[in-house]
Design a protein around this ligand. Structure first.
Ligand code: HMG
Ligand code: MG
Length: 297
C-alpha cells in the first residue's frame, strides 16, 4: 500500500508528557506549552486529565489549565476522563472551556487495567459507557486509548486477540476512535502490525491511531509499519517527554520532532513548522531543567 500523503499528529506532551513529573509544573508553563504547540501548527493537543489528584498529582490543575488556554481556531483540545466524576469535572466549566474531545483509557492487559485505573477491563467498560453516552449527547468527540496492546509490564506479551476484544468493547459502547498504544515500547513492526490488524477488524482506518513509546528506539519503525498499513494519525510528545506512572519503563513517548522529521523526509505533509516545534520542545525542557536532546534542536 502507498503511504498516506498527509498525517495528523496529536501532541500529548501537556498530559502524557508531564503527568509523570515529580516536581509540580506550574499551570502557566502547561498553558505556555499548549500555546507554543498550536503556534507550531499542531491541530490536536491533549491538554490534561481529569483523574484522581491522589493518583496523579501533576494533573490536579486540570481546570486551571483548561481555563487558561487561549483557543486557536481549528484546534481540537482533548482531556482524559476515566469515569463520570472526571467527565463531570471536565464539563463543569463554561461551555467555551469544555474539551472538544474526551479520552477514555482502557487496557488490553488485565493487570495493567488494575494498576492504572483500579478496575478490571470489564468494569472499566462499565465505567466508560455513561461517560461516552454523556459526551456524545453533548457533541464532544470520544476517543479510546488502548494501553498495552503489544506488551504489559506485569503480564508480558499481549495477544492480538486481547486487543481485538478491547476494540470490540470500545466500539460497542460508542467510542468513535481508538488509539493503539505500545505503552512500554516493546513493540516491533510485526507485533504492532498484528495489534493494528486486530483493531482494524472493528474500526475503520480513519478511526484508528498509533501511540508509540520509544523505550527501545523502535517507535519510528513502528510508525513506519503502521503508515504502510494506511494508519495516518499518531500521538507524539514534544521533546519526547513523558510516560505512564503506572507502567515501569514507560519512558519516552516518541518525540513529535522525530516523527515530523521522518514524515517530512518521506514527503508526507503534517502542517507543522519544524522550527516552531523545536521552540516548543526547548521551552518545556528549559522549564523542566533538562538539556535539549539531539532531536530537540
Ligand atoms: P479509584 O480509587 O478506584 O476510584 O480510582 P473511586 O471511584 O473509588 O474514588 C476514590 C477517590 O478518588 C474518591 O475520593 C473519589 O472522589 C476520587 P475520596 O473520597 O477518597 O477523597 N476520584 C476522582 N477525583 C478526581 N477525578 C476523578 C476521580 N475519580 C475518583 N476522575 C481512578 C479510579 C480511575 C480515578 C484512579 O485509578 C485514577 O485516577 N487513576 C489515574 C490513571 C492515570 O491517569 N494514568 C495515566 C494516564 S493513562 C496513560 O498514560 C496511558 C496512555 O498514554 C496510553 C498508553 O501509553 O498506554 C493513555
Ligand atoms: Mg502513553
Amino acid at each position: 500500500m502507498s503511504l498516506p500523503t498527509r498525517v495528523k499528529l496529536v501532541d500529548v506532551s501537556p498530559r502524557d508528557g508531564l503527568q509523570n513529573e515529580k516536581t509540580p509544573v506550574p499551570a502557566e508553563v502547561k498553558i505556555g506549552l499548549v500555546h507554543r504547540l498550536q503556534e507550531a501548527g499542531l491541530r490536536d493537543i491533549e491538554v490534561t486529565s481529569f483523574v484522581s489528584p491522589k493518583w496523579v498529582p501533576q494533573m490536579a490543575d486540570n481546570a486551571e489549565v483548561m481555563h487558561g488556554i487561549r483557543r486557536a481556531p481549528g484546534v481540537r483540545y482533548s482531556v482524559l476522563t476515566p469515569n463520570l466524576k472526571g467527565y463531570e469535572a471536565a464539563v463543569a466549566a463554561p461551555r467555551e472551556e469544555w474539551p472538544d474531545e474526551i479520552v477514555v483509557f482502557g487496557s488490553a492487559s488485565e493487570a495493567f487495567s488494575q494498576k492504572n485505573i483500579n478496575c478490571s477491563i470489564a468494569e472499566s467498560i462499565e465505567r466508560f459507557a455513561p461517560v461516552v453516552a454523556a459526551a456524545r449527547e453533548a457533541g464532544i468527540h470520544v476517543r479510546g486509548a488502548m494501553s498495552c496492546t503489544v506488551g504489559c509490564p506485569y503480564e508480558g506479551d499481549i495477544a492480538p486477540e486481547a486487543v481485538g476484544r478491547l476494540a470490540r468493547l470500545m466500539k460497542d459502547i460508542g467510542v468513535q476512535h481508538v488509539g493503539v498504544a505500545d505503552t512500554i515500547g516493546v513493540g516491533t513492526p510485526d507485533k504492532v502490525r498484528a495489534a493494528m490488524e486486530a483493531t482494524l477488524a472493528h474500526y475503520a482506518i480513519d478511526d484508528v491511531s498509533g501511540h508509540f513509546h520509544d523505550t527501545y528506539g523502535r517507535a519510528l519503525d513502528n510508525t513506519r509499519a503502521s503508515l504502510e498499513m494506511g494508519v495516518w494519525q499518531y500521538d507524539t510528545s514534544a521533546a519526547g517527554i513523558g510516560g505512564c506512572p503506572y507502567a515501569r519503563g514507560a519512558t519516552g513517548n516518541v518525540s513529535t520532532e522525530s516523527v515530523v522529521a521522518m514524515l517530512h523526509g518521506l514527503g508526507i505533509a503534517t502542517g507543522i513548522d519544524e522550527g516552531k516545534l523545536a521552540e516548543a520542545g526547548r521551552f518545556i525542557l528549559a522549564a523542566l531543567g533538562r538539556a535539549p536532546a539531539a532531536v530537540a534542536h
